[in-house]
Design a protein around this ligand. Structure first.
Ligand SMILES: [Zn+2]
Length: 397
């Protein structure tokens, strides 16, 4: 049950979807989840009229969203034509900005990357603005005529109403109106969101089956920092000003191995991010290696059985477990999904993470699964295109 706020209700009426739009989303989702599927099956399962389904399918075919793939078995009459999502048609331009590099991709409705280019992220905002604008415009021009939209994932806070990047702490960027600039240059709609929110959306639409089935989960992204994306009832919870989910800065304990990006040394991020893992490894070791020594290197050492790398990953897993158990106590989600390169060592760390999860919650509430992400090494790239794809698949009502 949701409370109706009159001010919000007015907005909803002004931009409410027509029944046809809602039915279109339902048909598109049937094709996405249940393909290969025929028009007759969709009509049967949705109780929509056959003619309505056929008209919507024609519409989706002309947009390049779905395609026919031969015929299925007949149940008496004519053999039904089967449908599936069309791959290879560009529908999304994703811009994934991370502290290290910025990736610009072109993707189809299935989340497959059709084109990809990467540049190092510079702290110089004017330069980055020009680079992104030029590259997105070139992709838009080269793919004119397609139903394209742009999604931008940023390591900071974005205002989705004004389509502005409010704050990127890593580079001290403030009030960057990249969304407006792209729309002005290309006429394409743009969605901007925090990287952890974008990855949570990617988990919801493209993650492992057991994650996609849950309506309430928290995604914990371990990278340079720690970001969390909260999904409640199949929707990302953004909070006031889109600033929810900053659990990376919750208090975990004094004397963390590194200073947090916020300047304190007691945050979860300072105990359990990749920066913390690497610092633990290099402490009392050869500090001259710092800079060259990264998470991939440490994961390889652990994989080859190096004792120090192994024990540091397990120690870090304890801190991950402390934070995750706090999230479970507060939200009682169906699942917590851990994302980032550390997931490669899942077999090594899962028991330590789960031990804390179990220790800290009341027995009768211990139903939360803690799962590794299935999105791979670069979840934020998939996050950036999910900002577009979720809009195409989700009901806006
Ligand atoms: Zn902090």
């Amino acid at each position: 049950m949701k409370k109706i706020y009159l001010s919000k209700a007015k907005n909803q009426i002004a931009r409410h979807n027509t029944i046809r739009d809602i039915n279109r989303q339902i048909v598109l989702n049937y094709v996405r989840v249940r393909s290969p599927i025929s028009r007759a099956e969709i009509a049967r399962e949705t109780s929509l009229q056959r003619s309505t389904v056929s008209a919507i399918v024609d519409d989706l075919q002309s947009l390049g969203y779905i395609e026919e793939i031969g015929t299925g078995d007949s149940t008496g009459g004519r053999k039904p034509t089967l449908l599936q999502l069309k791959t290879g048609t560009p529908v999304a331009i994703g811009v994934d900005i991370t502290p290290r590099e910025t990736t610009i991709v072109l993707a189809d409705l299935g989340g497959n990357l059709l084109q990809k280019e990467t540049l190092p992220t510079s702290p110089d905002l004017e330069y980055m603005n020009e680079q992104i604008l030029t590259r997105v415009k070139a992709l838009a021009d080269a793919n004119e005529g397609h139903d394209l939209e742009v999604g931008i994932s940023i390591p900071g806070i974005a205002d989705q109403i004004t389509n502005t990047v409010l704050y990127v702490p890593y580079f001290q960027w403030v009030n960057w109106d990249i969304g407006h600039q792209i729309t002005r240059a290309t006429s394409l709609p743009v969605t901007i969101d925090n990287d952890a929110n974008a990855v949570a959306l990617a988990e919801l639409w493209f993650g492992a089956e057991e994650v996609k089935r849950t309506r309430n989960f928290i995604m914990v992204m371990i990278s340079e920092g720690i970001g969390t994306g909260i999904v409640i009832d199949g929707e990302v919870y953004r909070g006031e000003n889109g600033a929810a989910g900053e659990f990376g800065h919750m208090y975990v304990g004094e004397n963390a191995p590194v200073v947090c990006s916020c300047g304190r040394q007691d945050c979860w991020e300072a105990h359990a991010s990749e920066k913390a893992v690497i610092r633990r490894y290099l402490t009392n070791g050869n500090d001259s290696r710092s800079g060259m020594f990264d998470m991939d290197h440490l994961l390889r050492l652990a994989e080859n059985g190096e004792e120090r790398a192994t024990s540091i990953l397990k120690e870090t897993a304890n801190y991950l477990g402390i934070g995750i158990s706090n999230l479970i106590i507060g939200f009682s989600p169906q699942a917590v999904v851990v994302s980032g390169r550390i997931v490669k060592a899942w077999d090594l760390i899962k028991d330590d993470i789960q031990a804390f999860g179990r220790r800290s919650i009341r027995q009768e509430l211990s139903g939360t699964q803690i799962l590794p992400s299935a999105l791979g090494d670069t979840p934020t790239i998939l996050g950036s295109i999910s900002l577009v794809l979720a809009r195409k698949f989700a009901s806006a009502s």
